[in-house]
Design a protein around this ligand. Structure first.
Ligand code: SF4
Length: 235
C-alpha cells in the first residue's frame, strides 16, 4: 500500500497541473503527492504530509494500493507523471511497482526527492527524470541528515538527474558551490530556485537568484505554481 496525501475534500492528492519548477517547467502533467518525509525543513510548504505535531495524520493521509493509484492517474489526459511528497523514496518498493505499471502504459515519470536516499535498481528502471533537491543549511536540518554522500553520488552519475537548490539568502550560493565541487555535479544540471510560498516572497528573491544563476553558470527556476495559483493544495 502507498501512503498518499489526502486533500481536505477527502480525495487523494492526485491531480492534473503544470510542472511548476525545474527542467520540465511548464509541461502539463499528472501529480501524485505522497505522505511522509525523513527531513523537517523549516520552510517546508507541505508539512501536512509529514508533520504530525501540527497536522492530523489521519485527516491528511490515506492508504491506496498500487492498482488504485494507477487507476486514479490513468483518468487524466496526460502521459506524464510527477511523483512528489513528502519524500517519495521512503516508499520506493511500492513506487517501483507503480512505475512498472505506468511505464507499460507509456508514461514518462519524474520523481522529486531530497536526495538523501539511494534509489533501488527497480526504481531507477522506471524513472525518466530525477528532480533532486538536496537541502542547504537554510532548511535547519542537521548536516548529516540532509547531505547523504552515497545518495548524491548515485544521482550525480545519472544523466537524467537535475539538482535543484532552494535559496533563502544570497550567501546560500556559496554552499551550493561547495556541494557542486565536492560531488562534481555538472553545472548545466544545477538549478537555483528562490524560497517562497507567496508571489511577493518569490518576486523579492527572483532578481538576485536570477543574477546569481547568470554569474555562476547555473540554471534558474521560478515556482510557477505559486505565481499562478498561490500555495494551494491539489494545484
Ligand atoms: S524534504 Fe521536502 S517534503 Fe521533506 S521537509 Fe523538506 S521541503 Fe518538506
Amino acid at each position: 500500500m502507498l501512503k498518499v496525501s489526502r486533500q481536505p475534500s477527502g480525495d487523494p492528492e492526485i491531480f492534473l497541473s503544470l510542472q511548476g519548477e525545474g527542467n520540465t517547467l511548464g509541461m502539463p502533467t499528472a501529480f501524485l503527492r505522497l505522505a511522509m518525509c525523513n527531513l523537517s525543513c523549516s520552510w517546508c510548504d507541505t508539512k501536512y504530509t509529514w508533520d504530525w505535531q501540527t497536522h492530523d495524520q489521519d485527516a491528511n493521509t490515506m492508504e491506496m494500493s498500487v492498482h488504485q493509484v494507477t487507476d486514479a492517474i490513468s483518468v487524466f489526459n496526460s502521459q506524464r507523471l510527477v511523483i512528489t511528497g513528502g519524500e517519495p523514496l521512503l516508499q520506493q518498493k511500492e513506487l517501483a511497482s507503480l512505475g512498472a505499471n505506468l511505464s507499460q502504459l507509456g508514461y514518462s515519470i519524474e520523481v522529486e526527492t531530497n536526495g538523501t536516499l539511494t534509489p533501488s535498481a527497480d526504481m531507477m528502471a522506471t524513472v525518466n527524470q530525477w528532480n533532486v533537491s538536496p537541502k542547504l543549511e537554510n532548511s535547519s536540518n542537521p548536516h548529516d541528515g540532509r547531505v547523504a554522500s552515497l545518495a548524491i553520488e548515485a544521482f550525480q552519475k545519472m544523466e537524467c538527474a537535475y539538482f535543484k537548490f532552494v535559496l533563502v539568502t544570497q550567501q546560500d550560493v556559496d554552499e551550493v558551490e561547495r556541494l557542486v565541487s565536492k560531488y562534481m555535479i555538472r553545472r548545466d544540471r544545477v538549478i537555483l530556485m528562490p524560497e517562497g510560498t507567496t508571489a511577493s516572497e518569490l518576486s523579492n528573491r527572483a532578481d538576485w537568484v536570477a543574477a546569481l544563476s547568470i554569474q555562476h553558470g547555473f540554471r534558474y527556476s521560478p515556482r510557477l505554481q505559486i505565481s499562478l495559483w498561490g500555495n494551494t493544495r491539489g494545484r
